[in-house]
Design a binder for this molecule. Sequence first.
Ligand SMILES: Cc1cc2nc3c(=O)[nH]c(=O)nc-3n(C[C@H](O)[C@H](O)[C@H](O)COP(=O)(O)OP(=O)(O)OC[C@H]3O[C@@H](n4cnc5c(N)ncnc54)[C@H](O)[C@@H]3O)c2cc1C
Length: 367
Amino acid sequence: MSATKDPRPVLIAGGGIGGLAAALALVREGYRVKVIEQAGQIGEIGAGIQLSPNAFAACDALGVGEHLRAKAVYTEEMVMFDAIDAKRVASISLSEKFRERFGNPYAVIHRADIHGALLEGVKATTDGIEFLTSTKVVHIEQDDDGVTLIDAQGGRHGGQAVIGCDGVRSAVRQQYVGDSIRVSGHIVFRAVVDTADFPEALRFTAPCIWVGPNCHLVHYPLKGGDKFNIAVTFHSDQPEEWGSMDGDPAEVQRYFRPTCEQVQLLLRIPKAWKRYSTADRNPIEQWTFGRATLLGDAAHPMVQYLAQGACTACEDAVTLGLALRARAATGPAHSRCTSAPAWRAPRAWCCRRARWAASTTPRASNA
Ligand SMILES: Cc1cc2nc3c(=O)[nH]c(=O)nc-3n(C[C@H](O)[C@H](O)[C@H](O)COP(=O)(O)OP(=O)(O)OC[C@H]3O[C@@H](n4cnc5c(N)ncnc54)[C@H](O)[C@@H]3O)c2cc1C
């Protein structure tokens, strides 16, 4: 395949879900890939995520759909409760009709399992992949011949192109776009608990949301039903900065004071919380800058309650792979990699969606 004519790797900044999906899409098209990750190891921590049908379609296209299906918990419905009076407000069936209509199920999964499925896929496809951990990307140089990625220790890594998969605070985006993140003011506390500790009456095989004033709580089963994911969101009345830290239960209690006994019970279960201050960015029209392009949260970060960031990162990777294939016979390698017109169309779609989300999201006055 023509990709092998240029033996230099495509550099992928960031080894999260987007980075691994991109790596898989590229190795399947015959490219050598080097994933450069700032963390000490390639892996996902954190809790659960919801997988809508598009995630299954994307992972099927990447050849890892079966890995994903083996780990996912399939949900029967989505349920909304009133967090004040505990009444069931609405539900959406996710059963056979839903699956027929969208071609795939709606499911929930632990982050480590989707990340693991992508990693297994990469390893099974090729040995032409290199992982570099504990390496933080700080700058990119590029010219007509190639790119050089510079890390925080001054190390230089050459390649034919770079894909910025380095998340909301992307260094690649910072260099080429230079826009600011928008701290949403929405704080998420997350925990994964044993099912034995979860109230029996609330063990629905469903993403359930309890909605209250400036706050909501989501729960769903994970790991074949052995665990439950609990995610609490509230709108902070304090100045916030993007980032994560250990969470103080007293802070959650303060925002959930008016909620019903069921919600209070759920809030008391986790012995430890992780606290995330979330952010997104204004949509941008251009994601490709010569030999550098953006993917996943680096390209279109969105608020977490759309439950689409990981799903669309996988879709991005599929689209990039298809664009590379379509252009395989034409143009120099880097233009195949970063300028294929097909690569731009879904982005625009994503941007429109992100813009919609942005326009409907209330903002706190944040630091
Ligand atoms: C609370 C919460 C709930 C969510 N729920 C859902 C959901 O239900 N469904 C869904 O689809 N999405 C969900 N999302 C969104 C989803 O987690 C993200 O959209 C997705 O993880 C984005 O993947 P990514 O690889 O683009 O970025 P990230 O996951 O942020 O990965 C970026 C990687 O790059 C590395 N990195 C960063 N900077 C550098 C650097 N300078 N050099 C080298 N490496 C670097 C990071 O260490 C990380 O490994 C949720 C998000 C949150 C916060």
